[in-house]
Design a protein around this ligand. Structure first.
Ligand code: NDP
Length: 240
């Protein structure tokens, strides 16, 4: 595949539905963007495959289960093959789960907590490690860990979603550690806001399109001084 110097490559995990699918759709509005749209079951990703088919080669659907190390390594090999000598400008660790909205510190199921941690923290950590050579090769060198205000200290969300909140706080620390080790790459945590998706539910205040527009605008406005910080979808910096 030939990519002209004016094109930017994005990798989006969890691209088959929700925020990941909407990111893929909105990124395609800019003809400069190439999207590697990763999901764990490409054969069942009807909506994403439809978007990819209409995108004239600008969307490449990759098979990637964030909890499966070999699938992550295989996806890296496939991405390297597709991109040739180009890198990944924006790596968006978007895929995540929130299995039990109601779990509290004293009711949580440790197996569920482990699964949430594996998907929401270990997966993004390993994906960024494995894909680092492609990020290093790119012009923009940006890694976005899609986080949540539920992972913030001092944000009063009560006792619910404990496993998810602990995992997102862990993801935020990962962002901090990544930035400390690699000051040449921009790493941020970003909360997309409460959006109408399977995870957010229909009672969420905003449509997914509204939040994703803000997410893309925020990412495009990033500069190296923003690395190691936490932002919301309006581009405002958040305290940890
Ligand atoms: P959805 O539940 O709608 O979608 C989750 C996505 O993650 C799906 O594509 C799902 O794929 C994928 N996924 C889950 N587990 C895996 C896995 N093991 N391997 C690969 N993909 C996986 O969630 P949203 O789109 O709403 O959330 C996207 C991100 O935004 C998450 O990081 C979430 O924490 C964050 N966020 C969302 C908010 C909201 O209100 N919606 C608020 C704050 C943060 P599959 O279909 O295969 O399950």
């Amino acid at each position: 595949m030939s990519v002209t110097p004016l094109e930017y490559v994005w990798l989006v995990t969890g691209a088959n539905r929700g925020i990941g699918l909407e990111l893929t759709k909105q990124l395609l509005r800019n003809p400069s963007n190439i999207v590697l749209a990763a999901c764990r079951n490409p054969d069942q990703a009807a909506a994403l495959n439809e978007v990819a088919q209409a995108a004239n080669g600008r969307v490449h659907v990759l098979c990637l289960d964030v909890t499966d190390r070999s699938s992550i390594r295989d996806a890296f090999s496939e991405a390297t093959r597709i991109l040739g000598d180009k890198g990944i400008d924006y790596l968006l660790n978007n895929a995540a789960i929130n299995l039990r909205d109601w779990d509290s510190a004293f009711t949580l199921d440790p197996d569920v907590m482990q699964q949430v941690f594996e998907t929401n923290v270990v997966g993004p950590a390993y994906i960024t490690q494995v894909f680092l050579p492609l990020v290093e090769k790119s012009a923009k060198k940006m890694v976005v860990n899609v986080s949540s205000e539920l992972g913030r200290f001092n944000a009063d969300f009560g006792t619910r979603s404990t496993s998810y909140s602990v995992a997102k706080a862990g993801l935020n620390m990962l962002t901090y550690k990544q930035q400390k080790e690699r000051p040449d790459i921009v790493f941020i945590s970003l909360c997309p806001g409460w959006l109408k998706t399977d995870m957010g539910g229909q009672e969420a205040p905003n449509d997914v399109a509204v939040g994703v527009e803000g997410v893309i605008k925020t990412i495009l406005g990033l500069t190296p001084v923003d690395s190691g910080k936490f932002f919301n979808w309006k581009g405002q910096e958040l305290s940890w």
